[in-house]
Design a protein around this ligand. Structure first.
Ligand SMILES: Cc1cc2nc3c(=O)[nH]c(=O)nc-3n(C[C@H](O)[C@H](O)[C@H](O)COP(=O)(O)O)c2cc1C
Length: 354
């Protein structure tokens, strides 16, 4: 089982609630988390990319450190941990991204992967004149497949000629190459997203209640086999752990009770525009009324593993056994403390970690 961290490179991390003091993302904070994660033996960190936040009382995600440049900085201060920047596809040309990954892979001595984000939030792109029209909602995995073909060609051969509905590259050169295959992950859980991962990527990242995690994890593996590929799933959770179960649940409920309703309404407003069904956007809409452990919007729709350190360890083992996931990606209301507690008080109790 691989364990990773969903870094808080957007303001307030993944808590949309007045229960925490709002904070701006900084390199110092993300560095402290990553260095602690490496010390505790965790496997990877992933940073996201948001070009426009959701406001509200807390200014949710209004500030966001850029994903690739953050990873380049983290590469310089770590030695072992895996680094996964996220590309929001519409924001950068693939030849530029191929070069950024080759550069971070060089700085980190071969520790860089890539998270493909097709993008569901139109206002981020219309503000820059980069939205391809509303047909992009349904086209986005075709676009992703085309984009990835270019990346992989450039990484393998250092040049490509590629003419398609979306791109026009003419003997495009991109050197140096990483000199190895770059792991591709994709955070998509709609049927089209699952199909994309089965065909093109190594893993998907999903946020869903446990039963759906199992369903998607099995589906991506089975579809991968169909294409002769070995594909896995990493599930996303928040951890709220304390000395006792009641202390942890009290804090988790407090976060939900103090939810930043304005920011959440803005997220749902964007999710409602997305015509690609049964994926992340539909989950976010459902998360308005889901409970703490199923993934409430106060926790950005991520299911919370809640309880004493003992209980949390037990629950992680149960999820591992029930769902067959290959990895878990965590975030916390307090990341540095949470990472340290995970390594010292939870990981040693886990059967699935060994
Ligand atoms: C681990 C993880 C990371 C994500 N990172 C980003 C990101 O950086 N930027 C973004 O806009 N969406 C991000 N998302 C959201 C999805 O990638 C995005 O909504 C995608 O378009 C969903 O596709 P789907 O409809 O197939 O679920 C992330 C989701 C997960 C689970």
């Amino acid at each position: 089982m691989k364990f990773g961290i969903f870094l808080p490179n957007g303001s307030n991390g993944y808590i949309i609630s007045n229960a925490i003091k709002p904070y701006l993302p900084t390199f110092e904070h993300n560095r402290d988390i990553t260095v602690e994660a490496e010390k505790q033996g965790m496997d990877f960190v992933l940073s996201m990319m948001k070009f426009r936040g959701f406001g509200g009382d807390t200014g949710y995600w209004d500030a966001c450190l850029e994903s690739f440049t953050l990873m380049a900085g983290l590469a310089g201060v770590t030695k072992k941990i895996g680094l996964i920047p996220s590309i929001a596809l519409l924001s950068q040309h693939p030849a530029y991204v191929a070069r950024m990954i080759a550069t971070i892979d060089d700085i980190s001595d071969g520790r860089c992967s890539l998270n493909i984000v097709t993008g569901w939030n139109k206002p981020e792109y219309t503000q820059m004149g980069l939205w391809r029209g509303d047909e992009y909602y349904d086209q986005r995995y075709q676009y992703a497949a085309d984009y990835l073909t270019i990346l992989q060609d450039l990484w393998k051969n250092g040049r490509t000629t590629h003419k398609s509905d979306f791109f026009n590259l003419d003997d495009c050169s991109c050197l140096p190459t990483p000199g190895r295959e770059i792991d591709i992950v994709s955070a998509g859980m709609s049927p089209k997203g699952v199909e994309f991962v089965a065909k093109h990527a190594g893993h998907n990242f999903i946020m869903s209640p446990t039963a759906k995690v199992k369903e998607i994890s099995e589906s991506v593996k089975a579809k991968g086999k169909k294409y002769g590929r070995d594909v896995g799933t990493y599930a996303l959770f928040q951890i709220v752990a304390a000395q006792t179960d009641s202390e942890a649940f009290e804090y988790g409920d407090h976060i939900i009770n103090e939810a930043d309703k304005g920011a959440i309404a803005n997220i749902i407003g964007s999710a409602e525009l997305d015509s690609n069904t049964s994926g992340t956007s539909d989950h976010l809409k459902a998360a308005l009324t889901l409970g703490l452990e199923e993934g409430n919007m106060a926790f950005m729709g991520m299911p919370v593993i809640c309880g004493s350190y003992e209980t949390v360890a037990q629950k992680i083992d149960n999820i591992a056994e029930e769902t067959g996931v290959d990895g878990m990606l965590f975030s916390w209301p307090d990341f540095v403390e949470g990472t340290k507690d995970f390594g010292q008080k939870i990981m040693p109790k886990l059967k699935c970690a060994n």
